[in-house]
Design a binder for this molecule. Structure first.
Ligand code: SAH
Length: 286
């Protein structure tokens, strides 16, 4: 029977350690996590659910190795609780006044005119609950409202994860490509494309920016990855933005935003627009 592994990590007192752990999780618990403040008003509990398979066990070991001082608890849930666990966690969320993100079991939900994005929460990052995803979608929604993003344009969704940003762009009438270096994310994105009926508008492949044809250009490039890889790929990525196109970056801690902006400005771009949510930031250029 399929089981779900639950890893609870508690940070007594919360504070900076909680922030560091959150940044650490952003790189490892790709599918997201629940974060709650316990009854004492300061202890923060991070709860991660993964399908009970070797990657989940490896994750639990990594937590123990990297955060030896934090209390943690690893438990398994039976399959029948698996859906329930996600259902409790995954509630519809509205982003940028344009989108509503829904799990498949709420696909019939009345979105009141918002564009639905249906996401099956699995092993890939991008349920829309993470501030970096929400920042990107809000940015895309604003650019759509201002007319900068329009039907018929082509996009690149680099680090597509669950496929959420690409699906959001397909909903606005664009077509494009989703790339991810993690094959599991690409599988997951493929499922989500089908759930949203946009498999004809977005192609998927395993790979990074280096796997693109060198002369390929996109009017909209979105990359919600992490500061270090984004800085390393600045020159390569900017080359794929069509003249007059848009670039949206996230996965950046606010404290890293100046460095990431500088790396992209060094390629000839101007000042980015910066959006901040909690400790996370997104940068966008028109
Ligand atoms: N786009 C989704 C997922 C972001 S998570 C969202 O906005 O929510 C970041 C994803 O980038 C992960 O799935 C990870 O596997 C992928 N990734 C990490 N480094 C990458 C790289 N160098 N090139 C392409 N994808 C990368």
């Amino acid at each position: 029977m399929r089981k779900l592994l639950r890893v609870d990590i508690t940070v007594p007192g919360g504070g900076e350690t909680a922030e560091l752990l959150e940044a650490w999780l952003a790189g490892r618990a790709a599918q997201g996590w629940e974060e709650s403040v316990l009854d004492d008003g300061e202890t923060v509990r991070f709860r991660v659910h993964m399908e009970d398979a070797p990657p989940a066990r490896a994750f639990a070991e990594e937590v123990a190795a990297d955060w030896p001082d934090l209390p943690r608890e690893v438990s398994t849930l039976e399959e029948e609780d698996w859906g329930a666990a996600w259902m409790a966690f995954f509630t519809p969320i509205e982003v940028g006044g344009v989108y509503e993100i829904l799990p498949p079991w709420m696909a019939d939900h009345d979105t009141g005119g918002k564009k639905p994005i249906i996401i099956e929460p699995k092993m890939a990052f991008g349920t829309g609950h993470h501030p970096t995803t929400a920042l990107c979608l809000a940015c895309l929604a604003d650019l759509h409202r201002s007319g900068a993003i329009a039907p018929g344009q082509e996009f690149l969704d680099l680090g597509t994860g669950s496929g959420i940003l690409g699906i959001g762009l397909c909903r606005l009438g664009l077509t494009g490509v989703g790339l991810d270096i993690d094959p599991q994310a690409v599988w997951c994105a493929a499922d989500n494309l089908r759930l949203n009926g946009v498999e004809g508008s977005m192609s998927l492949a395993v790979g990074g920016v280096g796997s693109l044809a060198p002369d390929s250009r996109f009017e909209v490039v979105a990359a919600n990855i992490l500061a270090a890889p984004l800085m390393a790929m600045a020159r390569l990525l900017v080359r794929h933005v069509a003249p007059g196109g848009l670039l949206v970056l996230s996965g950046i801690l606010e404290t890293q935003a100046d460095d990431v902006a500088a790396a992209y400005q060094a390629t000839g771009l101007g000042q980015p627009v910066r959006r901040v949510s909690g400790e996370w930031a997104s940068l966008s250029w028109r």
